[in-house]
Design a protein around this ligand. Structure first.
Ligand code: PLP
Length: 388
């Protein structure tokens, strides 16, 4: 085993795929402190700045004082507190579904849902760029995995045709793709699923709190509220907390309570995380200006990139707060990330297996706390580096 570990570590380093965990002294969504130096941060999914919002922190502290720090045990044994119930009620109301179930992370929510709904003899139909947690969930389920081309409705249609003989089928897609910032063509996907009488599961992790007039997510953005059978999300991105959730019918949620091993055999979500997410949801309802600001900052920044890099192929315009800047090789993307770091900008290189080979990139996460000047500095530094 030791030899395997050493060889694998060496291989990753040689291929510029080695990853380090960097230890931050202070971390805000738009600003971090590392080795005593301040950086503008473009790596955080705390898109609305709620992780440090005073009202969110106040509620989390109250929950800590009242319920203690940990979840104590599985919710089915002795873990459910009224905060779990309130959070699930609020999330179901927010997403306009009958019920909701909270998991310790979004990753576990995906594992729990897919591995309990599907098994041998069933088929899952997935977008090529779906999140790793969905792919791992499909493997855990032991069902047949069918991949359709990224956001390609014709390709999905063909896969639906090919899989007609399967006992149960589930189509699964990210709504807002985490490394590309683009949106799945949900209207067409929903239409196809209905036509084929197949359920759709949406991973709304990056759209929750951001997309739609009320920040409900991609279903609201596309006018599809109530049309998607399973909507999962995470509390760890725009809601600035920790944890995952699944929204759907009351029958689906009761089934998951009884069958989802990632819910049954794990400790309940910590009270402070529940209280923080609950408060963030209240703020999402009150503070439309934050999601408007995030998207405006992102669109203005992308206009600037378009002006400067339209011919370079580095940049694809997106309708979201996630802006990828494609570099190509892992080595080049590391070099660019390091060059930006020297200028006080923190935007780590995203490399395989997170993204396909030769599509290594920097991924800029825009938040409501960034200033226009932060984005101008980023565009200037990118231009300066690419000219060299
Ligand atoms: C699309 C998507 N789904 C699920 C997850 C998992 O969520 P969590 O971080 O809460 O485990 C992530 C997180 O990176 C994600 O980007």
């Amino acid at each position: 085993m030791q030899d395997f570990i050493l060889e694998e570590n060496k291989r990753l380093k040689e291929k510029f795929l080695w990853r380090n965990i960097c230890s931050l002294e202070k971390s805000l969504c738009h600003e971090i402190f590392l080795n005593g130096k301040k950086y503008i941060n473009f790596s955080s999914n705390d898109y609305l700045g709620y992780a440090h919002h005073p009202e969110v922190i106040k509620k989390a502290k109250e929950a800590l004082t009242r319920y203690g720090s940990g979840g104590r045990s599985s919710r089915l044994i002795s873990g459910t507190i009224e905060l779990h119930n309130r959070l699930e009620l609020k999330l179901a109301q927010f997403k306009k579904t009958e019920k909701c179930l909270v998991f310790p992370t979004g990753f576990m929510a995906n594992l729990g849902v897919i591995s309990s709904l599907l098994g041998q003899g069933d088929a899952i139909l997935m977008d090529r760029l779906n999140h790793a947690s969905l792919i791992d969930a499909a493997h855990l389920a032991g069902c047949r995995i069918f991949i359709y081309d990224h956001s390609n409705v014709l390709s999905l249609e063909k896969v639906l045709e090919r899989t007609k003989s399967y006992k149960k089928r589930l189509v699964v897609t990210d709504s807002l793709f985490s490394m590309d910032g683009d949106l799945a063509p949900l209207k067409e996907i929903v239409e196809l699923c209905k036509k084929n009488k197949v359920w759709l599961m949406l991973d709304d992790a990056h759209a929750t709190g951001i997309l739609g007039k009320n920040g409900i997510g991609a279903a609201e953005h596309f006018g599809l509220l109530g049309e998607i059978e399973i909507v999962m999300g995470t509390l760890s991105k725009a809601l600035g907390s920790q944890g995952g959730f699944v929204c759907g019918s009351k029958d689906l949620i009761s089934f998951l309570v009884n069958r989802a091993r990632a819910f049954i055999y794990t400790t309940a979500l910590a009270p402070a995380a529940c209280a923080a997410a609950l408060q963030s949801l209240c703020l999402v309802e009150k503070e439309e200006w934050r999601r408007k600001r995030v998207l405006k900052l992102s669109f203005d920044f992308q206009k600037e990139l378009e002006k400067r890099f339209s011919d370079s192929g580095n940049f694809r315009k997106q309708m979201s707060q996630i802006v990828p800047f494609i570099v190509g090789s892992a080595e080049k993307s590391l070099k660019l990330a390091n060059a930006l770091k020297e200028k006080g900008i923190f935007a780590p290189a995203i490399r395989p297996p997170t993204v396909p080979k030769n599509e290594s990139r920097l991924r800029f996460s825009i938040t409501s706390e960034h200033k226009e000047g932060d984005l101008k500095k980023l565009a200037d530094c990118l231009e300066e580096n690419l000219k060299q």
